[in-house]
Design a protein around this ligand. Sequence first.
Ligand SMILES: [Zn+2]
Length: 376
Amino acid sequence: MPASSIRWAGRCQVLRMLLKKPLVNRKEIISEIGVSQSTLSYITRELLSRQLIHVREISQKRGRPYQILSLNPKAWSVIGIKMGREEVRGTLFDATIKPVKTWKIKIYSDLRSNEGYMNALQKVLKELYCENLLGIGICSSGLVQNGKVVVSHLMGIRQLNLKEILRNTLSIGNILVMNDVDALAYAVLHSLNMEDVLVISYGTGIGASFCTRDRFHHFEIGHAVVADSGKCYCGQTGCLEYHASEYAVLKKYLKKEISFADFVEKEEEKYRAHIEELRSDARTNFSAVYQYYKKAFHELSKLLGSIIMLLNPKHVIFLGEGMVSNQMVEALRKDIQLSYNTEFLGNVEFQLGHADWESGVALAVTHKFLSKAAKW
Ligand SMILES: [Zn+2]
């Protein structure tokens, strides 16, 4: 490898490390990336001259002062956007993934189409667009492949090639499109330093992503068929979301039948307040509302146990708007362990996670294009 490529690789490694850990001393960098003192000095000078990092001298009572490196928040900006059923929400972040500005467009039923979402997206981007943008990350509900939202029944989208449309309309080429649960998984993995993690997002929808160190695999777990009855909004019968999502819980809570199609269409106007009430009760005292969740959680547990046997993850992280307390995770863990033999499940650990979509996708887009910021 020519010397310039080695230096470029070194600069990328240092920037990646600073993205993960805000303040790092030289010793840590040398032991982590295995460069010599002199190479690191060279890299540091280069990054400083381009104003990508800050260097602070810390004096000690004894011995020579040492240097602490950190990312310059103004090194670049990234935009993270979440496209969902209710809104298109974007946040502009500085280089350290600190939010600078947020903008959102509410999505009502007449906007749930390819065109409606593209318009909302363009408006959000217009508000957040700035100089020195490293990239734009967009995460969306539904099935996302190769920069395209293949289908999202909840959003009324089919074959929407976001990446291509945005590349043609904006002057920026660094665009990443990913599934929304993958974005949450990305944020969790980055902060917890784990591998082989199954991430489950729970709310009015249910999503899953299985992540190893370098691969994210989203799957539409919400539309796995788990029963012979229950008409799902996706057209199938017996989907997991019908039987195990907050929709199923809400029916128990309100003690009445609600059509799934009606729930999805009018959730905001008719059911949002009840869902918030349910979540608030579950957050403060889950055992008081467990009776409403019991059957839904059992349905979820049955499928999760099978997936755990199949994928053998080390951790299962639950998150999402409907997963609001540790007791909920505990209830699911107990249910899974009641149905499955311990040996089949292995040493899997369950925990509650916290992440937001925009910072997850902003992190992902930063990692993807960071090498471009370090190239000269
Ligand atoms: Zn379905």
